[in-house]
Design a protein around this ligand. Structure first.
Ligand code: NDP
Ligand code: MG
Length: 381
């Protein structure tokens, strides 16, 4: 069980819920980081007394340094500061709740420093799964999934004999636009895309849920965490988000993990594994839930899911490209520079026009491909 944690991205949706868990179980918090939200970071620092905090934005970091000068918390800045938080000497577990591929290098640094990882930042595995899993194997640290579906699968696998798994069944809520046609999606607004039926999350992942890119990213994430291929991972729409995912075993028995949609359960499990402790989340009331529904995903309307599966089958740097194109596209959509359906077109185009690279993939290849893809997409719009 974790006892001293660094929380990267502590001001976000997962970050703040991680601190709920830390508060409940008196976990020592050694480092916190943010991009620029120094008001919240200051409050968190005053409550949890970390040794250090880091802010990516240099100006914001300078302001926070002044604000925290009456405390013992040191303030660092930029990517270097975030790396310092990821490797802070006294911590045993790093919770990575940064959004986007910006989380990749801090994850690798933390692994190299011998820290266990509680990973919410799925883009780390999508863009850099091969090198991250290799680093985990070589350093002997533990990587625990925080993403609810992957935590569910991890929970379901406890107690299953090795080689008993037939397929993974990832559940998907279907996001804000389940059941809509392409025509109906043509002019949807940012506000509509941001109103998720079941989960309250950061803006990027909420848009990813609406396009179903999120499920595509999760298929790739699952392939790395559970060492399986595209064909070993089914996706089923489950509107109520009560079943967080399932495993189909060789005898066709299915094991599912259920609970109210509250990320504090998977966050806590990643921190307390293998223990089961009381959590801030509520009990489910099945009579109140009453019904659970299941549907096939619509791979034509929600093309991002299909493109991610394609990128996974192609392997190499294709998932890096899909992720980078999506990050740029979502950002442009949130700033109302493009329409909702453009997101899937951009990701599809980026993957289709990518030339690939054979041989061993390095961190430099990943960062370079990420950068080139971003430039290619931005230049077009
Ligand atoms: P949020 O946008 O709510 O939070 C992101 C956090 O990362 C904030 O602390 C933000 O700081 C910081 N940040 C943003 N950009 C950078 C950067 N370039 N470098 C360093 N830090 C940065 O995101 P979520 O909490 O929703 O998601 C975090 C990750 O967890 C994502 O990968 C997401 O896919 C995954 N996830 C989230 C779930 C959820 O329920 N929210 C569920 C499952 C997975 P600031 O506040 O200053 O902007
Ligand atoms: Mg998820």
């Amino acid at each position: 069980m974790a006892s001293k944690i660094s929380v990267l991205g502590s001001t976000g949706s997962i970050g703040t819920q991680t601190l709920d868990v830390a508060r409940m179980h008196d976990l020592k918090v050694t480092a916190l980081t943010a991009n620029s939200n120094i008001e919240l970071l200051e409050r968190q620092a005053r409550e949890f007394h970390p040794k250090m905090v880091a802010v990516l934005d240099l100006g914001a970091a300078a302001q926070l340094k002044i604000a925290l000068k009456d405390t013992d918390t040191e303030v660092f800045c930029g990517e270097e500061g975030i790396k310092m938080a990821a490797t802070e000497e006294s911590c045993d577990t790093v919770v990575n709740a940064i959004v986007g591929v910006a989380g990749l290098v801090p994850t690798l640094e933390a692994i190299k420093a011998g820290k266990n990882i509680a990973l919410a930042n799925k883009e780390t595995l999508v863009a850099g799964g091969s090198i991250v899993m290799k680093a985990v194997r070589e350093s002997g640290v533990k990587l625990y999934p925080v993403d609810s579906e992957h935590s569910a699968i991890f929970q379901c696998l406890q107690g299953c004999p090795e080689n008993s798994l037939k397929r993974i069944i990832l559940t998907a809520s279907g996001g804000s636009f389940f059941g809509k046609t392409r025509e109906e999606l043509r002019n949807v607004s940012v506000k509509q895309a941001l109103s998720h039926p079941n989960w309250s999350m950061g803006a990027k992942i909420t848009v990813d849920s609406a396009t179903m890119m999120n499920k595509g990213l999760e298929v790739i994430e699952a392939s790395w965490l559970f060492d399986c291929d595209d064909k070993d991972i089914d996706v089923v729409i489950h509107r109520e988000s009560i079943i967080h995912s399932m495993i189909l075993l060789k005898d066709n028995a299915v094991i599912a993990q259920l609970g109210v949609p509250d990320m504090r359960i998977p966050i806590q499990y990643a921190l307390t594994y293998p223990e089961r402790l009381p959590s801030p989340a509520a009990e489910p009331d099945f009579a109140d839930i009453a019904e659970m529904s299941f549907y096939k995903p619509d791979y034509n309307t929600f093309a991002c899911l299909a493109v991610c599966r394609q990128a996974l089958r192609k392997g190499g740097l294709y998932p890096t490209v899909a992720n980078a194109a999506n990050e740029v596209a979502v950002d442009m959509f949130l700033r109302e520079k493009i329409k909702f359906l453009d997101i899937a077109d951009i990701v599809t185009e980026a993957v289709a026009s990518f030339g690939g690279k054979s041989g061993n993939i390095t961190l430099d290849d990943i960062l370079q491909t990420d950068k080139e893809t971003r430039i290619r997409v931005k230049n077009k719009y």
